[in-house]
Design a protein around this ligand. Structure first.
Ligand SMILES: [Mn+2]
Length: 344
């Protein structure tokens, strides 16, 4: 990662000092990094005697319930209580956005964010941040996660003597989920952060166990079906699978329980890109992962209405006339990836 801009750090420090109401926003369908970085920030602000509100555009999955966000301050789920979420944004004296590059990723909060008069700070690790909408931008793509960037930013603030253990635990959790437990996006700074966290008392085995050893059996029954019946490959080295709502319901699957399915096909030697689609809320939510040398981000951007990181991206396909069902989505994936590799 690049060196943090000293002036931005001092500006952010002064904004925290001056703020009495901090509102933190993360992306819709929050994952471990969104929640971990949000909770880490809340706990840090609490250690300075500041109360903050965390806004989640949609609920956090049950698989992350070990991150006790609610006990650390008010948490508002915006699509359940839009009025409270808009009030928290309007009344904030400081707004901190984490783990997204554009407010559109905080679905439903765009208008109140644009209208808010408070200074706005972005701490993120995705490609192409919307710099114009923020007063301070900490953006770094050569880093594991938003949680890691929050770690380095908080550590650099003059008011930090020692980061609270609660913050370190939350940030370690977010970093571990975004790196798939150090399998990808792991930089020298990532290992340094991990080393410092463990030295400061973070129980890494507990963090790993909370993330990876607390799933329900349902996930593994679906995983068997996904691998044996649904996963397909193309001669171009693409693996893909589409799960309909009906199939997800048949296995009683809840949000978060298909986490990392998309990564598994990359374990096959010949596969250079993996796509996983699942039907949810009238769209197919798209996850794309790629090996080094293939751009998941570009493919997602060109064909799947999204983007993210070079080797990990997300988007969506609307269900409608063009793509009415899972079979049509599968056909589209083959056409889109074939066109993508022809133009690469
Ligand atoms: Mn992230």
């Amino acid at each position: 990662m690049q060196k943090l801009d000293r002036e931005d750090i001092l500006k952010f420090s002064a904004l925290i000092d001056a703020a009495d109401k901090v509102t933190i926003l993360v992306h819709t369908h929050p994952d471990g990094d969104a929640l971990g970085s949000g909770l880490g920030m809340m706990r840090y602000l609490a250690s300075l005697g500041k109360r903050s509100t965390l806004i989640l555009p949609t609920t956090a999955p049950g698989t992350l319930s070990f991150l006790p966000v609610e006990s650390d301050g008010p948490v508002i789920v915006a699509n359940q209580d839009k009025t409270a979420a808009e009030k928290a944004v309007a009344e904030a004296s400081l707004i901190i956005c984490q783990d997204f590059n554009n407010i559109t990723r905080s679905e439903g909060m765009e208008a109140s964010f644009a209208a808010a008069t408070a200074p706005k700070v972005l701490i993120d690790h995705h490609i192409g941040p919307d710099r114009a909408s923020f007063d301070i931008v900490f953006s770094e793509t050569e880093i594991s996660s938003a949680s890691e960037l929050v770690y380095w930013v908080l550590k650099a603030l003059p008011q930090t003597e020692q980061l609270p253990l609660g913050t370190l635990n939350a940030l370690m959790t977010g970093m571990t989920t975004d790196t798939n437990n150090f399998r990808n996006s792991t930089f020298p700074s990532t290992l340094q952060m991990a080393s410092e966290c463990v030295a400061a008392g973070v129980d890494r085995e507990a963090v790993v166990s909370n993330i990876y050893n607390k799933y329900r059996e349902n996930r593994y029954r679906l995983m068997g079906y996904f691998l044996s019946e649904k996963l397909k490959t193309t001669p171009l080295g693409v693996a893909y699978a589409v799960l309909s709502k009906k199939e997800l319901d048949r296995f009683g699957i809840k949000e978060g329980e298909t986490e990392s399915f998309v990564n598994m096909p990359l374990e096959i030697d010949e596969i250079r890109m993996s796509l996983f689609l699942k039907e949810q809320d009238g769209v197919f939510r798209v996850s794309i992962r790629s090996k080094k040398g293939t751009s998941a981000s570009r493919c997602c951007n060109q064909y799947f209405n999204g983007g993210g990181h070079e080797n990990a991206a997300g988007g969506k396909l609307p269900i409608g006339d063009r793509i009415p069902d899972a079979a049509a989505a599968e056909k589209y994936i083959v056409e889109a990836t074939t066109a993508f590799f022809e133009n690469e």
